[in-house]
Design a protein around this ligand. Sequence first.
Ligand SMILES: C[S@@+](CC[C@H](N)C(=O)[O-])C[C@H]1O[C@@H](n2cnc3c(N)ncnc32)[C@H](O)[C@@H]1O
Length: 304
Amino acid sequence: MPDADYKQRDAESYDDVAGAFDDLADRYTLPVAEALARAVAPAKRKLIYDMGCGTGIVARAAAAAGPETKVVGIDLSDGMLKTARERARSAGLDSRVSFVKGDASATGLPAGSADAYVSLYAYSHFPDPDSAAVEAFRMLAPGGVIAVAIGSGPPLLSAAGAARAASHATALLARRRGLERSAAGNLVNHVREHLHTTDEEMIATWASEVRNPVSRLKRMIGAAGFTDLASDWTGRQFVIPTVEEFWTLETTLSTWSRKFMARATPEELGRLKAAYWEDCGKVLRQGGRLVYRIGAGIVTARKP
Ligand SMILES: C[S@@+](CC[C@H](N)C(=O)[O-])C[C@H]1O[C@@H](n2cnc3c(N)ncnc32)[C@H](O)[C@@H]1O
């Protein structure tokens, strides 16, 4: 599929879920968004670009850091941009936070125009992330900083990584015994089982194909010309109390599932939902749990 068609379809898949996405971002993503904003020391910056800004959670966190800081959020989804503008207005930040429609690889924004660039959970959507990093380099002034976060588990050689490895076998066993379901792979399994899925590319494949997306991200940011590369990880685990909330979370966050569900007939969707409810309801009735693990590897660097 040509990149332009892919990008258009990816952005449109967000248009109708912007409200639900925004609620979930408030509930679960805020600490990660704040950590990402902190990574570029926002109070010291005059203009920050937030690439793939969605409903603006990072843009608002960055702008809140300093009265002189301006942020421009960039996204391809009209629905996400509309909600982002409404949220900035109701937070009283609309004089310092604005949003424009644009593609990460060709924004049309002036060269050297910003002193910081952030991006949360968006690079895995780009079919051509290397060119997005090159565009980031072009837009930043010398000395400008970049911080890009991508969904990832903790690094193996870290306390969080050791804890995750230690709990991995228990979680696997709990899943096999029907005592745990984990977002958003659980919905993906249900979609595979109940809907007609094809080999068609529904998500950018680079992030799922590499073993370590954080080191791949680091390499592409370095190749774009940035120096002083470093990476960090932040994340946490949430236990979701109801099947309804778990369904909303998974159907909103799983882009792959959303795209196949958008094509399904009402009957197919009805069957999928009934099976999902039965399965997750049974997990809860047996004393099990519905889990959402959120984590991000954050790569930071500087334009010399
Ligand atoms: C998972 S959401 C993340 C949104 C936000 N950063 C957050 O963490 O809440 C990914 C966002 O990237 C946007 N996006 C996807 N492809 C894009 C592209 N080529 N250029 C700009 N934005 C894009 C989508 O429209 C969507 O809003």
